[in-house]
Design a protein around this ligand. Structure first.
Ligand code: GLY
Length: 375
């Protein structure tokens, strides 16, 4: 994979009869119709998107489908994490049924992680399962959430607590679609890119240190390389462990902390998922250092890089006076990653060398959170 290669990347996620391609390139949206037509049972689709994406690039997708002779109907949801709830899911399924779908209708999830998760979950449960395609339009969705089949919604008890593994039939990531994203959204996606280096590839982390600023500033070659690298890495993890019985858990680096922060922020706009992941990764390295597993210097290097591109790394900076260790720990113990009452953390021996730990105590996690709330 070369950063200077202009041809679209065509990756395959191998899952037997549920294998699918991940296409990554500049301007791919305009040729969506020709890419998806061979996958359709008949030339009709339902697009599920949000208000922001509708304004910026829905017309390009709709034109491409029309040019390929594919009929389409669009359902538009409100943007933001708060859309990932039961009332919006019920309304969406209702609208799908009202639109006259049948079991062979293809859905298109066209948007960021929220749209991918709720549309994918609607596809998983409506009429006992519909095919769907992911067309991710945010960096976070392109490098993480659109690949691997995790779908779902949030509950008052926590993030993504209702859902299903339901693989898409195709992922189509247009790098040009990222141009209209606010810098804050790019940064949130960038945190998930850095995560891949932290998990098992120190050389990729060093690549991030050298290229992160160019990526955030809008260099399309660098963005395309990072999206291709991330999808290749994720596809390998998912192909080995689709339902997160083992190795895929490593992709949750920083997420036990991150989900607690998002729950405490009530999924509002003050903390995007990727921002919570950036802080969560720093906390995971702090916990690793506290347990004597990892040098403090590695954690400092992680913080320094995330901060240098403009990501938040300090819990104290995003928390308000109502946030307490007790409340955050309360969220953590409701997470999906609790096994038999024990928290599961992804911890680090060094940058690029992480492992799944069932033994970290709640007291150690609480101590790390307590320090982070103060500094
Ligand atoms: N976002 C982590 C995963 O899909 O497994």
């Amino acid at each position: 994979m070369s950063p200077d290669n202009n041809a679209p990347a065509d990756l395959e996620l191998e899952l037997g009869e549920r294998s699918y391609h991940i296409l990554i390139g500049d301007g791919l949206l305009a040729s969506t119709g020709q890419h998806i037509k061979p996958l359709l049972n008949y030339p009709r689709t339902i697009i599920i998107t949000d208000k922001n994406v509708e304004e910026h690039c829905l017309h390009t997708l709709e034109r491409s489908l029309s040019e390929a002779g594919i009929r389409h109907h669009t359902l538009v949801l409100p943007p933001g994490e708060q859309t990932k709830d039961f009332p919006h899911l019920i309304k969406l399924v209702d609208q799908l049924l009202a639109a006259g779908i049948d079991r062979r209708t293809m859905l298109i999830a066209f948007g960021g992680g929220v749209i991918g998760d709720i549309a994918g979950f609607a596809a998983a449960i409506t009429l006992r399962g519909l095919d769907f395609i992911q067309i991710p339009t945010t960096l976070l969705a392109q490098v993480d959430s659109s690949v691997g089949g995790k779908t779902g919604i949030n509950l008052g008890h926590g993030k993504n607590l209702i859902g299903a593994f339901h693989q898409p039939r195709l992922v189509l990531a247009d790098i040009a679609a990222l141009d209209s994203l606010p810098r804050r959204e790019i940064l949130a996606g960038y945190a998930e890119i850095v995560k891949y280096g932290l998990i098992n590839d120190p050389e990729f982390f060093a690549w991030c240190e050298a290229n992160g600023k160019a990526l955030v500033d809008g260099n399309r070659n660098v963005r395309r390389y990072a999206v291709s690298y991330s999808c290749t890495t994720k596809a390998n993890f998912v192909a080995e462990d689709e339902c997160e019985g083992g190795k895929r858990t490593l992709l949750n680096l920083g997420h036990t902390f991150a989900h607690a922060l998002e729950s405490e922020a009530q999924y509002d706009n003050r903390l995007l998922h990727g921002e919570a992941v950036a802080i969560g990764c720093v906390l995971a390295f702090k916990l690793s250092a506290r347990l004597g597993l990892c040098s403090e210097r590695d954690g400092e290097r992680v913080s320094k890089h995330l901060l240098s591109v403009g990501l938040p790394v300090s819990l104290a900076a995003v928390a308000d006076a109502t946030w307490t260790v007790q409340r955050l720990v309360g969220h953590m113990i409701k997470d999906k990653k609790v096994v038999d009452g024990n928290l599961v953390f992804v911890l680090a021996r060094r940058i690029g060398d992480t492992f799944i730990c069932h033994e970290a105590s709640l007291d150690d996690a609480a101590a790390v959170l307590g320090d982070a709330l103060k500094t």
